[in-house]
Design a protein around this ligand. Structure first.
Ligand SMILES: *[C@@H]1O[C@H](CO)[C@@H](O)[C@H](O)[C@H]1NC(C)=O
Length: 502
């Protein structure tokens, strides 16, 4: 094992003036950021920071703290000393990567299911556990969008996608305290920008700020917080055109925020002239969850959050680089790593990005670095496969597109044969990534029950041991239901058998 010495230089032991507030300026503190930037040199990184955390919420009123964050500045105070490393931790981690042999038990490759394997501490990599069996009469739960279809791909990828994390790594709250998003790992930022450039689905290089979050779910809340106007009398209304993602209403109103409230279907608003938009925040999901429709904002001239988590080539033709003010993406829907809880936002406006970072700081003091490192590795494997000449390597988008095409073909045939349902019509378009005219293959099937006497599609499906989410939860009809298309092959096979037999 190579000896790695980390020269740590204490460059700045800065006594930040105490303002009398107990709250630390942990995140969003301009003074700290300037200090780091001027003393750390071009590639220097903060590897340890002694920040007094205990007073984070002490003393001050909630409104006051929020006002500080929403104004983009938090007061300095309670900050101890900053130790700066002369060595770049990123390259160090990279170096270590070359020297550590991947071992079972370290990189998430431990079998989780009941195989009885206890050799996690042995030297040989443990084989992945077999896929869970599905009996022909099992209840199949397709209510959530669990993307376990992708497991098959990552089983194949094997140790190439494995991450080993040394015990000392990633302990600080910070990744780079000098940056707008202090807890964003540089490796992740690099790989996120790289995969967007590869696919061409977002204008990632046009001055966009990258904000990492615990899944798109947390970023969506951070975006609403950042976009709602300070000092308004009433909460701003949050809307989305029906059918909308069923989690938008409960996530919006979870804490009954004084800043924003769920206000329903964007198309149901009174949008005559002066009333148009009226300061609403619109959530635009495209391709849309649940029905896969490609969407634009229903309201004009207002604030919008573009939920683009399905704007990847396995689900829809890539028709251009999206360039909206706030765009959300998540690992769950690209590579299937829903369990990593890792998403990102591309944000045009710096102040909006800073307010989102403030929200994430208050909400969870950032995002697990372990998750970020793993996501960076996974995305690197995805991009690498399209970079080189080596055609034998696994290509994720090709894999997922093939699976989706096959699944949609089978589902449409089963639906046609049964006559009990209908589906949204297939759409096609020219995909600038695959350079072909291709069909859209949404991550969900938006089934409509056509059988006479059936008013509630989810209930009807439940009678056939298929758990789906009812259309009313999406602001749509009970005659419709959403079915996950991304479960494992065996579950999907049972779905097709059941639908065919109806
Ligand atoms: C299509 O891809 C090419 C090459 O990657 C790029 O130059 C062009 O701007 C893309 N077109 C659109 C509409 O995104």
């Amino acid at each position: 094992m190579t000896c790695l010495c980390v020269p740590v230089l204490v460059l700045a032991a800065c006594a930040v003036p105490v303002t009398g507030h107990k709250t630390t300026g942990l995140l969003g503190d301009d003074h700290q950021q300037r200090k780091i930037r001027t003393t750390s040199g071009t590639r220097g990184k903060v590897v340890s920071a002694r920040v007094r955390m205990s007073g984070m919420d002490g003393g001050r009123g909630r409104r006051e703290q929020e006002a500080a964050g929403r104004g983009g500045r938090a007061p300095a105070g309670g900050v101890g000393m900053w130790a700066l490393a002369a060595s770049n931790l990123a390259s160090l981690a990279y170096l270590l990567h070359q020297h550590y042999r991947p071992r079972a038990g370290a990189g998430g490759s431990v079998p989780r299911t009941g195989t009885g394997s206890d050799d996690a501490n042995g030297d040989a990599p443990a084989p992945p556990p077999p896929e869970p069996a599905v009996t022909p009469d099992a209840v199949i739960d397709l209510e959530l969008g669990d993307p376990t279809m992708y497991e098959a791909f990552w089983r194949e990828a094997g140790s190439r996608a494995e991450v080993v994390i040394p015990g000392w790594w990633g302990m600080s709250y910070f990744s780079d305290a000098g940056r707008l998003c202090q807890f964003l790992e540089p490796e992740l930022e690099r790989e996120v920008r790289r995969v967007h450039r590869l696919v061409g689905n977002a204008a990632v290089d046009d001055g966009y700020h990258l904000v990492v979050g615990n899944g798109a779910t947390q970023l969506f809340q951070a975006a609403m917080y950042a976009l709602s106007p300070a000092g308004a009398d009433r909460p701003v209304g949050v809307v989305s055109a029906a059918p909308y993602y069923s989690s938008y209403p409960p996530q919006t109103d979870l804490l009954l925020s004084g800043y924003y409230r769920w206000a329903g279907d964007a198309n149901a608003l009174d949008v005559d002239g002066a009333n148009n938009n009226d300061g609403h925040i619109e959530l635009v999901c495209s391709p849309n969850n649940p029905d896969g429709a490609v969407r634009e904002a229903a309201l004009s001239g207002g604030k919008a959050v573009h939920d683009l988590v399905y704007y990847w080539p396995q689900y829809t033709p890539i028709t251009g680089a999206a360039a909206h003010d706030v765009m959300l993406f998540t690992m769950s829907k690209i590579t299937g790593h829903a369990g990593s809880r890792l998403g990102w936002a591309l944000v045009r406006d710096r102040d909006v990005a800073k307010k989102m970072v403030y929200f994430l700081g208050r909400s969870s003091i950032g995002v697990s670095k372990d998750s970020q490192l793993r996501a960076a590795k996974i995305l690197a494997v995805v991009s690498d496969a399209y970079d080189g000449e080596d055609e034998t390597r696994l290509r994720l988008f090709d894999f997922a597109r093939r699976r989706m095409a096959e699944r949609w073909g089978r589902l449409r045939a089963a639906v046609a044969a049964s006559g009990a349902f209908s589906l949204p019509e297939e759409t096609t378009g020219y995909c600038n990534f695959t350079r072909q005219t291709v069909a859209a293959y949404p991550a969900f099937a938006w089934l409509r029950c056509e059988r006479e006497g059936v008013e509630d599609c989810a209930e009807f499906l439940r009678g056939h041991r298929i758990v789906a989410r009812g259309g009313e939860q999406f602001g749509g009809e009970a005659r419709c239901a959403r079915v996950n298309m991304l479960d494992r092959d065996r579950v999907f096979d049972v779905l097709i058998q059941r639908i065919s037999s109806l």
